[in-house]
Design a protein around this ligand. Structure first.
Ligand SMILES: Cc1cc2nc3c(=O)[nH]c(=O)nc-3n(C[C@H](O)[C@H](O)[C@H](O)COP(=O)(O)OP(=O)(O)OC[C@H]3O[C@@H](n4cnc5c(N)ncnc54)[C@H](O)[C@@H]3O)c2cc1C
Length: 231
């Protein structure tokens, strides 16, 4: 576990109430990590929270995507500015990410962050086993990194991405609508028990996938990683 000061290099609102933060080490090398891991971020006020890493390893910089839920940490997001110092402790985690196994990523809202790190990392690696991403948000404006994910999907034949909106169907929307449920999983997947599953997003959504995967679809628990957050 490392502990290091980073400097905020860039902040951008990438989706409704979701800010991406790009951090670079104040000095020296960045903290090493693997896709799917998370760090503890500490603001200058001392408030500390866990955030999944959205960037892929190897660049020294770290990227996070954080939803402003108006809490102790996130209410500071609008005020943060380039040059601010942020403490980083980690890495912690890891999600059981293994490129040799066929895997299914199921993300709700800002839960896309650890998945994005994985997808950026395997982008262009044809040797990786097939993967399927299910990514849901209420509205198109809430789908963080949507354009980048569409591009990654289009250049990787070993990836299938399913996007779904639960509260709207904008003109020209060519993907799914409604919640990801057992019927939607069945539409795109077969051989459920042979795959690995990573589910990440709001606690309630993650709990519902415990039921769907373990009870309805009979997936062995050891094939599943569930990460639920209070967002
Ligand atoms: C491993 C891990 C990885 C994570 N990765 C991410 C990530 O990539 N992106 C991300 O956005 N989040 C992530 N989270 C969640 C994150 O750690 C925080 O929990 C989240 O950002 C909220 O922090 P906060 O300090 O703003 O809210 P807190 O102050 O801790 O409040 C928690 C919740 O309570 C609500 N609340 C606070 N005060 C009140 C009040 N007075 N009345 C009613 N409700 C209130 C808030 O709205 C919030 O929903 C992750 C969590 C874990 C455990």
């Amino acid at each position: 576990m490392y502990s290091k000061k980073y400097v905020l290099k860039a902040k951008r609102e990438i989706a409704e109430d979701i800010f991406s933060l790009k951090l670079a080490p104040e000095e020296g090398e960045g903290i090493p990590y693997t896709p799917g891991q998370f760090m503890l971020l500490t603001l200058e006020s001392g408030v500390k929270r866990a955030y999944s890493i959205a960037s892929a390893p190897g660049k020294g910089e770290l990227e996070f995507a954080i939803k402003n839920v108006g809490g102790e940490f996130t209410s500071n997001l609008p005020k943060l500015k380039e040059g601010d110092k942020i403490g980083v402790d980690g890495p912690l985690g890891p999600l059981a990410y293994d490129t040799c196994n066929e895997f299914v990523l199921i993300a709700g809202g800002v839960g896309i962050t650890p998945m994005l790190s994985i997808l950026r990392d395997r982008d262009g690696k044809e040797e990786c086993a097939n993967a399927t991403l299910f990514y849901s948000a209420r509205t198109k404006a809430g789908l963080a990194y949507f354009e980048e994910l569409v591009e990654i999907d289009s250049r990787n034949s070993n990836l299938k991405s399913v996007f779904t909106l639960t509260r709207e169907k904008p003109d020209g929307w060519k993907y799914e609508t409604g919640h990801v449920d057992a019927a939607m999983l069945r539409k795109y997947l077969t051989d459920f028990s042979k795959k690995k599953y990573f589910v990440c997003g709001p606690m309630r959504m993650v709990d519902s996938f415990r039921e769907i995967l373990l009870k309805e679809l009979g997936v062995p628990e050891e094939n599943c990683t569930f990460e639920g957050w209070n967002v």
